[in-house]
Design a protein around this ligand. Structure first.
Ligand SMILES: Cc1cc2nc3c(=O)[nH]c(=O)nc-3n(C[C@H](O)[C@H](O)[C@H](O)COP(=O)(O)OP(=O)(O)OC[C@H]3O[C@@H](n4cnc5c(N)ncnc54)[C@H](O)[C@@H]3O)c2cc1C
Length: 317
Protein backbone atom coordinates (compact mmCIF):
# COMPACT_ATOMS: atom_id res chain seq x y z
CA UNK A 1 0.00 0.00 0.00
CA UNK A 2 1.26 3.53 -0.76
CA UNK A 3 0.98 6.32 1.78
CA UNK A 4 1.85 9.96 1.25
CA UNK A 5 3.55 11.98 3.97
CA UNK A 6 1.24 14.97 4.46
CA UNK A 7 2.92 16.57 7.47
CA UNK A 8 6.07 16.13 9.56
CA UNK A 9 6.65 17.76 12.92
CA UNK A 10 9.06 17.38 15.82
CA UNK A 11 7.40 15.94 18.92
CA UNK A 12 10.67 16.01 20.90
CA UNK A 13 14.31 16.72 19.97
CA UNK A 14 14.68 13.01 19.02
CA UNK A 15 11.17 12.04 17.91
CA UNK A 16 9.62 13.11 14.60
CA UNK A 17 5.93 12.54 13.89
CA UNK A 18 4.74 11.75 10.36
CA UNK A 19 1.15 12.13 9.20
CA UNK A 20 0.31 9.72 6.38
CA UNK A 21 -2.68 9.65 4.03
CA UNK A 22 -3.77 7.88 0.85
CA UNK A 23 -2.28 9.78 -2.16
CA UNK A 24 -5.79 10.05 -3.71
CA UNK A 25 -7.36 11.18 -0.43
CA UNK A 26 -9.51 8.05 -0.04
CA UNK A 27 -10.19 6.42 3.34
CA UNK A 28 -7.37 4.32 4.76
CA UNK A 29 -7.78 0.66 5.79
CA UNK A 30 -9.22 0.43 9.31
CA UNK A 31 -6.94 -0.47 12.21
CA UNK A 32 -7.37 -1.36 15.85
CA UNK A 33 -5.42 0.33 18.66
CA UNK A 34 -1.99 -1.25 19.16
CA UNK A 35 -1.48 -1.89 15.43
CA UNK A 36 1.66 -1.09 13.44
CA UNK A 37 2.60 -0.79 9.78
CA UNK A 38 5.86 -1.86 8.13
CA UNK A 39 7.54 0.84 6.04
CA UNK A 40 9.98 0.17 3.24
CA UNK A 41 13.19 2.06 4.11
CA UNK A 42 16.46 2.62 2.32
CA UNK A 43 19.55 1.69 4.34
CA UNK A 44 22.95 3.42 4.11
CA UNK A 45 24.49 0.59 2.03
CA UNK A 46 21.79 1.13 -0.62
CA UNK A 47 19.82 -2.00 0.35
CA UNK A 48 16.15 -1.83 1.29
CA UNK A 49 14.62 -3.03 4.54
CA UNK A 50 11.37 -2.89 6.46
CA UNK A 51 10.87 -1.12 9.76
CA UNK A 52 7.73 -1.38 11.88
CA UNK A 53 6.06 1.73 13.27
CA UNK A 54 3.04 1.70 15.59
CA UNK A 55 0.06 3.81 14.65
CA UNK A 56 -0.37 6.54 17.26
CA UNK A 57 -3.43 8.24 15.80
CA UNK A 58 -7.11 7.79 16.59
CA UNK A 59 -8.29 4.45 15.12
CA UNK A 60 -11.67 6.10 14.41
CA UNK A 61 -10.04 8.54 11.97
CA UNK A 62 -9.86 6.88 8.54
CA UNK A 63 -8.37 9.97 6.83
CA UNK A 64 -4.87 9.71 8.27
CA UNK A 65 -2.39 7.57 10.18
CA UNK A 66 0.23 9.12 12.44
CA UNK A 67 3.51 7.47 13.37
CA UNK A 68 6.34 8.82 15.54
CA UNK A 69 9.93 7.75 15.01
CA UNK A 70 12.75 7.96 17.56
CA UNK A 71 16.14 8.62 15.97
CA UNK A 72 18.47 5.75 16.92
CA UNK A 73 21.85 6.89 15.54
CA UNK A 74 23.49 3.57 16.46
CA UNK A 75 20.87 1.54 14.51
CA UNK A 76 21.21 0.11 11.02
CA UNK A 77 19.80 3.27 9.46
CA UNK A 78 16.01 2.82 9.28
CA UNK A 79 15.24 5.58 11.75
CA UNK A 80 17.97 7.81 10.26
CA UNK A 81 16.34 7.36 6.85
CA UNK A 82 12.95 8.37 8.28
CA UNK A 83 14.50 11.43 9.97
CA UNK A 84 16.78 12.65 7.18
CA UNK A 85 15.40 11.40 3.85
CA UNK A 86 11.63 11.42 4.25
CA UNK A 87 10.08 14.80 3.49
CA UNK A 88 6.51 16.09 3.19
CA UNK A 89 4.89 14.95 -0.07
CA UNK A 90 7.01 11.76 -0.27
CA UNK A 91 5.13 8.52 -1.02
CA UNK A 92 6.15 5.55 1.13
CA UNK A 93 5.57 1.90 0.44
CA UNK A 94 3.96 0.28 3.50
CA UNK A 95 2.19 -2.88 4.66
CA UNK A 96 -1.43 -2.65 5.78
CA UNK A 97 -1.83 -2.41 9.59
CA UNK A 98 -1.27 -5.58 11.63
CA UNK A 99 -1.87 -5.91 15.36
CA UNK A 100 -0.11 -8.10 17.93
CA UNK A 101 -0.85 -5.74 20.84
CA UNK A 102 -4.62 -5.37 20.87
CA UNK A 103 -6.84 -4.12 23.69
CA UNK A 104 -8.39 -7.06 25.55
CA UNK A 105 -12.11 -7.22 24.88
CA UNK A 106 -12.70 -9.14 28.12
CA UNK A 107 -11.11 -6.43 30.33
CA UNK A 108 -13.16 -3.92 32.30
CA UNK A 109 -10.16 -1.93 33.62
CA UNK A 110 -7.11 -0.99 31.56
CA UNK A 111 -3.77 0.16 32.98
CA UNK A 112 -1.67 1.66 30.16
CA UNK A 113 2.07 2.06 30.81
CA UNK A 114 4.40 3.72 28.29
CA UNK A 115 8.05 4.70 28.30
CA UNK A 116 9.61 7.07 25.74
CA UNK A 117 8.61 6.40 22.14
CA UNK A 118 6.64 3.38 23.44
CA UNK A 119 3.77 5.88 23.79
CA UNK A 120 2.82 5.33 20.11
CA UNK A 121 0.60 2.21 20.37
CA UNK A 122 -0.49 3.27 23.87
CA UNK A 123 -1.71 6.62 22.50
CA UNK A 124 -3.93 4.84 19.97
CA UNK A 125 -5.27 2.73 22.88
CA UNK A 126 -5.91 5.93 24.84
CA UNK A 127 -7.97 7.33 21.93
CA UNK A 128 -9.96 4.09 21.66
CA UNK A 129 -10.60 3.66 25.39
CA UNK A 130 -11.57 7.31 25.83
CA UNK A 131 -14.04 7.03 22.93
CA UNK A 132 -15.62 3.96 24.54
CA UNK A 133 -15.88 5.63 27.94
CA UNK A 134 -13.79 2.74 29.33
CA UNK A 135 -12.21 2.61 32.78
CA UNK A 136 -8.51 3.29 32.15
CA UNK A 137 -5.39 5.03 33.46
CA UNK A 138 -2.36 6.18 31.48
CA UNK A 139 1.08 6.11 33.14
CA UNK A 140 3.81 7.60 30.96
CA UNK A 141 7.53 7.94 31.71
CA UNK A 142 10.16 9.92 29.80
CA UNK A 143 13.60 11.31 30.55
CA UNK A 144 12.42 14.91 30.93
CA UNK A 145 9.41 17.03 29.92
CA UNK A 146 11.17 17.95 26.65
CA UNK A 147 11.50 14.27 25.78
CA UNK A 148 7.84 13.42 26.39
CA UNK A 149 5.97 13.19 23.06
CA UNK A 150 2.23 13.92 22.93
CA UNK A 151 2.07 15.03 26.56
CA UNK A 152 -0.80 17.52 26.13
CA UNK A 153 -2.83 15.11 24.03
CA UNK A 154 -2.35 12.38 26.65
CA UNK A 155 -3.53 14.76 29.34
CA UNK A 156 -6.61 15.79 27.33
CA UNK A 157 -7.61 12.21 26.50
CA UNK A 158 -6.92 10.56 29.84
CA UNK A 159 -7.77 13.58 32.02
CA UNK A 160 -7.41 12.67 35.73
CA UNK A 161 -6.24 9.21 34.73
CA UNK A 162 -3.03 10.65 33.22
CA UNK A 163 0.14 10.34 35.31
CA UNK A 164 3.54 11.44 34.02
CA UNK A 165 6.96 10.46 35.37
CA UNK A 166 10.37 11.94 34.63
CA UNK A 167 13.43 9.80 35.18
CA UNK A 168 16.14 12.41 34.53
CA UNK A 169 14.56 15.65 35.69
CA UNK A 170 16.19 17.46 38.63
CA UNK A 171 13.40 16.04 40.78
CA UNK A 172 12.68 12.54 39.38
CA UNK A 173 9.40 10.85 40.29
CA UNK A 174 9.75 7.10 39.62
CA UNK A 175 6.72 4.95 38.83
CA UNK A 176 5.51 2.92 41.79
CA UNK A 177 4.54 -0.14 39.80
CA UNK A 178 3.43 -2.14 42.80
CA UNK A 179 0.75 0.32 43.81
CA UNK A 180 -0.41 1.21 40.32
CA UNK A 181 -0.83 -2.44 39.27
CA UNK A 182 -2.44 -3.41 42.56
CA UNK A 183 -3.94 -6.79 43.33
CA UNK A 184 -4.71 -9.07 40.38
CA UNK A 185 -8.39 -9.22 39.48
CA UNK A 186 -10.28 -10.81 36.60
CA UNK A 187 -10.99 -7.95 34.21
CA UNK A 188 -7.96 -5.80 35.18
CA UNK A 189 -5.44 -5.79 32.34
CA UNK A 190 -2.13 -3.94 31.94
CA UNK A 191 -0.41 -2.92 28.70
CA UNK A 192 3.24 -1.92 28.49
CA UNK A 193 5.45 -0.60 25.71
CA UNK A 194 8.81 1.10 26.22
CA UNK A 195 12.43 0.38 27.08
CA UNK A 196 13.27 -3.21 28.06
CA UNK A 197 13.99 -2.13 31.65
CA UNK A 198 10.49 -0.70 32.10
CA UNK A 199 8.82 -3.65 30.40
CA UNK A 200 10.76 -6.13 32.52
CA UNK A 201 9.93 -4.22 35.69
CA UNK A 202 6.20 -4.25 34.87
CA UNK A 203 6.24 -7.96 34.04
CA UNK A 204 8.27 -8.87 37.15
CA UNK A 205 6.13 -6.74 39.47
CA UNK A 206 2.90 -8.16 38.03
CA UNK A 207 4.23 -11.70 38.52
CA UNK A 208 5.27 -10.93 42.12
CA UNK A 209 1.77 -9.60 42.81
CA UNK A 210 0.26 -12.81 41.45
CA UNK A 211 -1.03 -11.46 38.13
CA UNK A 212 -1.56 -13.95 35.33
CA UNK A 213 0.78 -13.36 32.36
CA UNK A 214 -2.32 -13.27 30.10
CA UNK A 215 -3.39 -10.02 31.73
CA UNK A 216 -0.10 -8.22 31.02
CA UNK A 217 0.06 -7.25 27.35
CA UNK A 218 3.41 -6.10 25.96
CA UNK A 219 4.99 -4.84 22.79
CA UNK A 220 8.73 -4.51 22.44
CA UNK A 221 10.27 -2.35 19.70
CA UNK A 222 13.42 -4.46 19.85
CA UNK A 223 16.27 -5.09 22.24
CA UNK A 224 19.20 -2.74 21.96
CA UNK A 225 22.46 -4.60 21.45
CA UNK A 226 25.28 -3.76 23.85
CA UNK A 227 28.12 -1.53 22.64
CA UNK A 228 30.58 -3.90 24.29
CA UNK A 229 29.16 -7.10 22.72
CA UNK A 230 32.00 -9.19 21.32
CA UNK A 231 32.07 -12.23 19.03
CA UNK A 232 30.96 -15.47 20.71
CA UNK A 233 30.90 -19.15 19.88
CA UNK A 234 27.73 -21.19 20.43
CA UNK A 235 27.86 -24.97 20.68
CA UNK A 236 24.66 -26.99 20.30
CA UNK A 237 24.93 -30.02 22.61
CA UNK A 238 22.55 -32.32 20.71
CA UNK A 239 23.92 -31.85 17.21
CA UNK A 240 27.50 -30.93 18.17
CA UNK A 241 27.38 -27.91 15.82
CA UNK A 242 29.67 -25.01 16.75
CA UNK A 243 28.59 -21.64 15.36
CA UNK A 244 30.44 -18.31 15.42
CA UNK A 245 28.18 -15.35 16.20
CA UNK A 246 29.39 -11.84 15.36
CA UNK A 247 28.12 -8.71 17.11
CA UNK A 248 25.43 -7.00 15.04
CA UNK A 249 23.60 -10.26 14.38
CA UNK A 250 21.68 -12.42 16.86
CA UNK A 251 22.37 -15.91 18.18
CA UNK A 252 19.05 -17.06 16.73
CA UNK A 253 19.81 -15.70 13.24
CA UNK A 254 23.28 -17.28 13.33
CA UNK A 255 21.71 -20.65 14.26
CA UNK A 256 19.14 -20.34 11.47
CA UNK A 257 21.84 -19.36 8.92
CA UNK A 258 23.91 -22.38 9.98
CA UNK A 259 20.94 -24.67 9.30
CA UNK A 260 20.23 -25.60 12.93
CA UNK A 261 16.66 -26.64 13.73
CA UNK A 262 15.29 -23.95 16.04
CA UNK A 263 11.78 -22.79 16.91
CA UNK A 264 11.09 -19.05 16.96
CA UNK A 265 8.29 -16.59 16.49
CA UNK A 266 8.50 -12.89 17.44
CA UNK A 267 12.31 -12.39 17.27
CA UNK A 268 11.84 -9.52 19.76
CA UNK A 269 12.30 -11.31 23.09
CA UNK A 270 8.58 -11.25 23.82
CA UNK A 271 7.13 -14.67 23.12
CA UNK A 272 9.78 -17.05 24.55
CA UNK A 273 9.44 -19.53 21.64
CA UNK A 274 13.20 -19.51 20.93
CA UNK A 275 14.17 -20.23 24.55
CA UNK A 276 17.02 -22.66 25.03
CA UNK A 277 18.67 -24.18 28.12
CA UNK A 278 22.21 -22.93 28.81
CA UNK A 279 24.49 -25.81 29.80
CA UNK A 280 27.73 -23.79 29.91
CA UNK A 281 28.55 -20.08 29.80
CA UNK A 282 26.85 -16.96 31.14
CA UNK A 283 24.08 -15.27 29.15
CA UNK A 284 23.24 -11.55 29.14
CA UNK A 285 19.44 -11.61 29.18
CA UNK A 286 17.66 -8.98 27.03
CA UNK A 287 14.23 -10.57 26.63
CA UNK A 288 11.00 -9.52 28.29
CA UNK A 289 9.62 -13.02 28.45
CA UNK A 290 11.48 -15.22 30.93
CA UNK A 291 10.89 -15.09 34.68
CA UNK A 292 13.73 -14.96 37.23
CA UNK A 293 13.06 -18.62 38.00
CA UNK A 294 13.33 -19.58 34.32
CA UNK A 295 16.59 -17.64 34.00
CA UNK A 296 18.27 -18.59 37.26
CA UNK A 297 16.94 -22.06 38.09
CA UNK A 298 15.89 -23.48 34.74
CA UNK A 299 18.87 -21.73 33.04
CA UNK A 300 16.84 -20.68 30.00
CA UNK A 301 17.70 -17.87 27.59
CA UNK A 302 15.98 -16.32 24.56
CA UNK A 303 18.40 -16.60 21.67
CA UNK A 304 16.64 -13.94 19.57
CA UNK A 305 17.82 -10.96 21.64
CA UNK A 306 20.17 -12.14 24.41
CA UNK A 307 23.95 -12.31 24.27
CA UNK A 308 26.75 -13.84 26.35
CA UNK A 309 29.18 -12.48 28.90
CA UNK A 310 31.46 -15.48 28.27
CA UNK A 311 33.06 -16.11 24.86
CA UNK A 312 31.36 -19.50 24.59
CA UNK A 313 27.86 -20.77 25.28
CA UNK A 314 26.72 -24.39 25.18
CA UNK A 315 22.99 -24.66 24.53
CA UNK A 316 20.82 -27.74 24.88
CA UNK A 317 19.68 -27.78 21.27
C1 LIG B 1 5.93 -3.82 16.35
C2 LIG B 1 6.97 -2.71 16.34
C3 LIG B 1 6.55 -1.40 16.45
C4 LIG B 1 7.50 -0.37 16.44
N1 LIG B 1 7.07 0.92 16.57
C5 LIG B 1 7.97 1.92 16.62
C6 LIG B 1 7.55 3.28 16.82
O1 LIG B 1 6.34 3.57 16.95
N2 LIG B 1 8.51 4.25 16.86
C7 LIG B 1 9.85 3.94 16.74
O2 LIG B 1 10.67 4.87 16.78
N3 LIG B 1 10.26 2.68 16.58
C8 LIG B 1 9.37 1.66 16.49
N4 LIG B 1 9.81 0.38 16.29
C9 LIG B 1 11.24 0.15 16.05
C10 LIG B 1 11.57 0.37 14.55
O3 LIG B 1 10.96 -0.66 13.78
C11 LIG B 1 13.07 0.36 14.23
O4 LIG B 1 13.66 -0.78 14.78
C12 LIG B 1 13.75 1.61 14.75
O5 LIG B 1 13.26 2.77 14.05
C13 LIG B 1 15.27 1.54 14.56
O6 LIG B 1 15.57 1.26 13.22
P1 LIG B 1 17.07 1.35 12.73
O7 LIG B 1 17.18 0.77 11.37
O8 LIG B 1 17.54 2.78 12.92
O9 LIG B 1 17.83 0.47 13.75
P2 LIG B 1 17.73 -1.12 13.90
O10 LIG B 1 19.00 -1.66 13.39
O11 LIG B 1 16.43 -1.63 13.38
O12 LIG B 1 17.67 -1.18 15.46
C14 LIG B 1 18.85 -1.12 16.23
C15 LIG B 1 18.63 -1.90 17.50
O13 LIG B 1 17.78 -1.15 18.36
C16 LIG B 1 16.61 -1.89 18.71
N5 LIG B 1 15.53 -0.89 18.87
C17 LIG B 1 14.64 -0.45 17.94
N6 LIG B 1 13.86 0.52 18.48
C18 LIG B 1 14.26 0.67 19.76
C19 LIG B 1 13.87 1.52 20.82
N7 LIG B 1 12.88 2.42 20.70
N8 LIG B 1 14.53 1.41 21.99
C20 LIG B 1 15.52 0.53 22.16
N9 LIG B 1 15.95 -0.30 21.18
C21 LIG B 1 15.34 -0.23 20.01
C22 LIG B 1 16.45 -2.88 17.58
O14 LIG B 1 15.77 -4.06 18.00
C23 LIG B 1 17.90 -3.22 17.24
O15 LIG B 1 18.46 -4.17 18.10
C24 LIG B 1 8.88 -0.67 16.30
C25 LIG B 1 9.30 -1.99 16.19
C26 LIG B 1 8.36 -3.01 16.21
C27 LIG B 1 8.84 -4.42 16.09
Amino acid sequence: MELQVTRIHNETPLIKAFELAAPDGSDLPPFTAGAHIDIDVELPDGSRGKRSYSLASDPADRTRYEIAVLHLPEGKGGSSYMHSQVTEGRVLSCSPPGNEFAISESADEHILIAGGVGITPILAMTHALQARGANFQLHYAARTEDHMAYRELCRQLADDGFHDYFTRSPDPNPIDLKSLLGEPRTGRHAYVCGPASLMQAVIDTARQLGWSDDQVHRESFGARSGVSDRAIEVELSLSGMVIAVEPGTTILDALIDAGAFVAYECKRGECGTCQSRVLEGEPIHRDVSLSDRQRNEEKLMCTCVSWARTGRLVLEA
